[in-house]
Ligand binder design. Structure first.
Ligand code: C5P
Length: 292
């Protein structure tokens, strides 16, 4: 969205790995993945506006978890664009982040913010974003950045940068996201993985309805869950909480610790999220739906 004052607002959706198979490891250490991902209505919000100097400001319920220096993924995305498009006019810009997503949580927070910054700045500076190479984006800004740029149901392979649309369009999925608060380091989880050469995703059939999707997901895994459980035993508790609230399917996303449950309707997701939040007031818990 662009307002009359030149302010650009971009949604930075949470990324949910409905399934994540680790299928190998590249010579440079990155792991090969096969993952079905969707994105959610719930997420962060990134704003960009003309300014006399480069700025970054952050607000929102989880603002305190985000660095404001050169390690911030939005600052890195801004610098990356200036490096890539040296012949273009990229004047100073004020970036603002409203942080709703937990950090180091397996739902792509930093990558989603970087991708939203790329989209916002590409519009602000009139840059041809499609000239960027997904492998470069993945290794320089984050393996999840190319998928977060697209924000639609995808099968991701390679290290996460090879993207294919899902054959049968997935309808909106009603989700509850639960995170017990343990920050989980993605590199540490990958390092702790004992089996790196696992079977790829089974081919995805034509999914006609929610039950078809659930039946398919039951044939898949998240290979990062066993090592993540060794770092955060609370992941068990999150999964148990979703199960007892009648989730049709639940699993951990990414390298954790966020877990998701799929529910029959938004109403049931809302009821489950409220009950889990009441039982665990310190947890992050939210009902949302996927971007179809
Ligand atoms: O997603 P991001 O690039 O931030 O990942 C952080 C780290 O996780 C990488 O530097 C790498 O150690 C590990 N990783 C991996 N294989 C992937 C994605 C991430 O080994 N496909």
């Amino acid at each position: 969205m662009m307002t009359s004052s030149g302010l650009i607002i971009e949604h930075a959706a949470a990324k949910i790995n409905l399934a994540l198979h680790v299928t190998g490891q590249r010579g440079d250490g990155y792991h090969l993945l096969d993952s079905l991902v969707v994105f959610t209505v719930f997420g962060d919000s990134v704003r960009c506006a003309p300014s006399h100097s480069d700025q970054l400001t952050i607000d929102g319920p989880l603002a305190n978890d985000v660095p404001i220096d050169h390690t911030n993924s939005m600052v890195q995305a801004r610098a990356f664009l200036r490096d890539m498009f040296t012949g273009f006019d990229c004047p100073p810009v004020a970036l603002h982040l409203t942080k709703n997503l937990p950090s180091a949580a397996g739902i792509g927070g930093g990558s989603a913010d970087a991708a939203a910054t790329l989209r916002a700045l590409a519009r602000h500076w009139a840059l041809p974003l499609d000239l960027l190479d997904d492998s470069d984006l993945a290794t320089k800004l984050g393996a999840d950045v190319p998928m977060c740029l697209r924000q639609e149901p995808l099968i991701a392979s390679g290290i996460g940068e090879r993207l294919d649309g899902v054959q049968t369009p997935l309808a909106e999925i009603h989700l509850v996201l639960v995170n017990c608060g343990d920050a989980v380091s993605t590199p540490a989880i990958f390092r702790a993985l004992t089996h790196k050469n696992n079977a790829p995703l089974p081919p995805m059939p034509e999914v006609q309805n929610l039950q078809g999707l659930i039946d398919y997901l039951k044939t898949t895994r998240n290979d990062l869950q066993p090592p993540a459980l060794a770092f955060s035993v609370s992941i068990h508790q999150s999964l148990k909480a979703l199960e007892t609230k009648d989730a049709l399917y639940c699993q951990m996303s990414g390298s954790g610790a966020t877990c998701f449950g799929i529910f029959q309707s938004m109403k049931q997701a809302d009821i489950a999220a409220r009950a889990i939040q009441q039982q665990h007031p310190t947890w992050f818990c939210v009902a949302t739906q996927s971007l179809a």
